[in-house]
Design a protein around this ligand. Sequence first.
Ligand code: ADP
Length: 228
Amino acid sequence: MTPILHIQDLTKTYQSTGHTLTVLDSINFSVEEGSTLAIIGPSGSGKTTLLGLCAGLDRSSAGLVELNGIRLDNLNEDARAQVRNQHVGFIFQNFQLLPTLTALENVMVPMELRGAKNIKPQAMDLLDKVGLADRAHHYPTQLSGGEQQRVSLARAFSNKPKILFADEPTGNLDAETSEKVVKLIFDLNREAGTTLVLVTHDAELAAKTQRILRMKGGKLISDERTVG
Ligand code: ADP
């Protein structure tokens, strides 16, 4: 079976004060469509950078990234954005909602970018699904952290992504909200077959996925199947 995500010799370096900082060092792995995967490892080990490269948010220094059969590493920003709009959902660590738009408008953005029709009722349905129908017209500053995270989930779900990347999806949430968010993410996998790639410090969350990749110092140091 063709993997939904294929990474080969992926390397990311930064130039700083005359020397080269290698943040990702020749990473290799593939992810099967419909599967669930967690990326774990200490702070600074390159997890967020790896997720951003896999999702086409950033560009590698060397190596191959193939998402749904499309090579991302040699595409420019506009072309990568198109692939993201079509295939990718992304949940950011700090939510990254647009502050001048309401919850509903934030959810509608990816739909507008895709040129979808009749989007308002669909966006309302998504907000309802994450339990926020009554907050549709609130702005991000009027929402709690957990509510903002749920809006960002609804936004990530709105283009029916083939693959969802989430960076510490439960990082800033209390136990109860965290449980709700995790359920929504795994429901998406079960109901729509969306592939999940999660970066997390949360061992309980990682254990819920089928496979755990461990990073250290920019390298992939283990790749284990779990009982899921
Ligand atoms: P993690 O998600 O595992 O905490 P990150 O991917 O955020 O790790 O960061 C990995 C390393 O890359 C860190 O040492 C960080 O300082 C460095 N880094 C990230 N972004 C940049 C950048 N734009 N310029 C220079 N160094 C960076």
